[in-house]
Design a binder for this molecule. Structure first.
Ligand code: AMP
Ligand code: ZN
Length: 316
């Protein structure tokens, strides 16, 4: 629907989308051009991909990763999808995520690789979180990073693209600055180099685009996307920083992109390539300790489950 008789800043046709951060208004077609250009700019600016390169897109079923997949294909990259079923104890969220990912694969006529995290780990997130006395969210995040990386390497891809956008990155940056998490700040960059057989190269081509801009894009495309927050994310602190960034952006349009890109500009260079001399003695993935975090998590879970089984046997 056209808003207030506004005209598109590019083609002067009736505009449907307002982008205050860029002081622009776009029709559906020109919004698509804008989204592609911003992704292309990020890809070049941060050395993400070479023309026509093969890339695996981590597709959650949300608007961001769906948009990313389509845009990468439109830009000529050989992009395939990877969906990791998470089994979060709320069937509906997981089902909607899978359905939206599969519908997109059909529309794009591109392969979607399906993995199940509980099957890969041998336990559900909740069991692992209990056994390790950790919060559900932090365990889920750690497992997700590990298994997305593993699936990417197993499928023979060197690059993994995620749908993190500008608001995500700015909120994470703000949180890390407030808590002075230097190790995370050191790694804050939209491209993280990989290491053969250990880490896929990680890229975030939507890092110049706001969540609201991607929402308008998804709407203009008429997609059905998996909506809503993860049902298990209560207690996570990131939403507070996201809210703070949104408030600043609303009062002072353009703040988010200046904050985030300005920080990267001051930093000047990407983080060093990952060290990978030490390997986990169990799974062979890079690890500073003898056993990596994931293998330690799983070992503790196995112990807890076997203690539970013994207790049940004693009772019965
Ligand atoms: P989130 O951390 O949920 O905001 O997700 C950030 C990005 O991680 C998404 O845009 C996806 O690229 C990726 N991602 C998250 N969850 C999944 C999943 N279950 N399967 C595949 N990719 C995912
Ligand atoms: Zn390991």
């Amino acid at each position: 629907m056209n808003i207030d008789g506004m005209k598109c800043s590019r083609c002067r046709q009736p505009a449907q989308h307002r982008l205050p951060s860029h002081n622009a208004r776009f029709c559906d077609k020109c919004l698509g051009i804008f989204v592609r250009r911003q992704a292309e700019k990020a890809i070049k600016q941060f050395d993400m991909l070479v023309p026509g390169q093969k890339v695996l897109v981590a597709v959650s079923g949300g608007k961001d990763s769906l948009a990313l997949w389509q845009v990468l294909l439109e830009l000529g990259y050989r992009a395939e999808g990877l969906h990791l079923a998470l089994e979060l104890g709320d069937g509906k969220f997981g089902e909607a995520s899978l359905e939206a990912s599969q519908a997109m694969a059909q529309r794009l006529e591109a392969p979607l690789h399906l993995f199940n995290m509980a099957e890969m780990a041998g336990f559900g997130v909740q069991e692992i979180a209990w056994a390790n006395k950790r919060s559900f969210c932090s365990v889920c995040g750690t497992l997700k990073r590990y298994y997305l990386n593993k699936a990417c390497l197993d499928l023979g891809f060197e690059v993994l693209a995620t749908g993190h956008h500008l608001d995500d990155e700015a909120a994470r940056l703000l949180g890390n600055l407030v808590r002075r998490h230097q190790r995370y700040l050191d790694n804050q960059w939209p491209t993280l180099e990989g290491a053969p057989g250990a880490f896929a190269k990680k890229i975030k081509p939507l890092c110049r685009l706001r969540g609201a801009e991607l929402k308008s894009y998804a709407k203009s495309q008429g997609w059905s996307v998996a909506k809503g927050a993860c049902p298990r994310s209560k207690g996570a602190t990131l939403p507070y920083y996201t809210e703070a960034v949104r408030m600043l952006e609303e009062r002072m349009p353009g703040t988010t992109i200046n904050f985030y890109l300005g920080y990267l500009e001051d930093k000047g260079a990407p983080p060093a390539k990952p060290e990978m001399e030490a390997r986990c003695s169990v799974c062979g993935m890079p690890s500073f300790a003898e056993e990596c975090t994931i293998c330690r998590f799983l070992e503790n879970t196995r112990k807890r489950e076997s203690t539970k089984r013994d207790a049940l046997k004693d009772q019965g």
